[in-house]
Design a protein around this ligand. Structure first.
Ligand code: NDP
Ligand code: ZN
Length: 175
């Protein structure tokens, strides 16, 4: 529990100036908190280190946080999960998205459930409100890409699988 609260405080500080892409400009930290909440409330996960990793999952990718910093503050397991979930920002965006599909099979079970909850949060967000500047076609493409990532990750948590499959079925997307 102590490490979990530390992760909450750490993520809130690191993301403090960031906003989501929705019209309201929701504080970014709502997203990692929501991902941890999906894991705890909808997927039945009680592992505090895994929930802490969910809170931290976008810190390396979207803030100046380093892997070394996470290792020092939270230890190798939590830092390792976040590292697995971090795209290489030196690569072009299209390549990063392609690699998420290609590399999905290599993820550990810990990283997979966080990745699935992350996708659920983002797809629900898109259903709730279209981000500023996005066309319906772009939203649809995001759903299609997410289904290609998710279909390789099914089989680790039945609740998360069911939620995602429903989200894809609602848009007639095969998985
Ligand atoms: P982005 O990767 O740019 O944005 C999606 C990411 O933004 C999510 O994965 C999520 O990441 C974060 N995010 C923040 N706020 C929200 C929100 N309210 N709802 C959902 N996600 C949110 O988007 P694309 O996948 O569409 O971009 C892929 C490529 O498509 C890019 O290369 C882009 O240049 C290109 N493109 C496509 C267009 C089209 O019409 N098809 C038009 C323009 C560009 P996290 O979980 O990390 O927060
Ligand atoms: Zn995320």
């Amino acid at each position: 529990m102590e490490k979990f609260m530390h992760a909450l405080q750490f993520a809130a500080y690191k993301h403090r100036f960031q906003k989501r892409k929705d019209l309201d400009g929701t504080p970014y930290i709502n997203h990692p908190i929501g991902v941890a909440y999906i894991l705890s409330n909808e997927a039945g996960i009680k592992d505090f280190d895994l929930l802490a990793a969910a809170l931290l999952h976008d810190t390396i990718e979207d803030t100046e946080t380093t892997l070394g910093e996470l290792e020092q503050e939270f230890g190798p397991r939590i830092a390792g999960i976040v590292a697995e979930l971090t795209d290489d920002k030196n690569l072009p965006k299209a390549e990063r998205k392609r690699l998420q599909i290609v590399n999905a099979g290599q993820l550990t079970s810990d990283a997979i459930v966080v990745r699935l909850a992350d996708k659920i949060y983002n797809l629900r967000d898109l259903n709730r409100s279209t981000p500023v500047g996005w066309s319906e076609e772009r939203v649809e493409e995001y759903f299609q890409w997410s289904s290609k990532v998710a279909r390789q990750l099914f089989g680790h948590n039945v609740q998360l699988d069911t939620i995602l499959k429903d989200l894809f079925l609602q848009r007639n997307i095969r998985f």
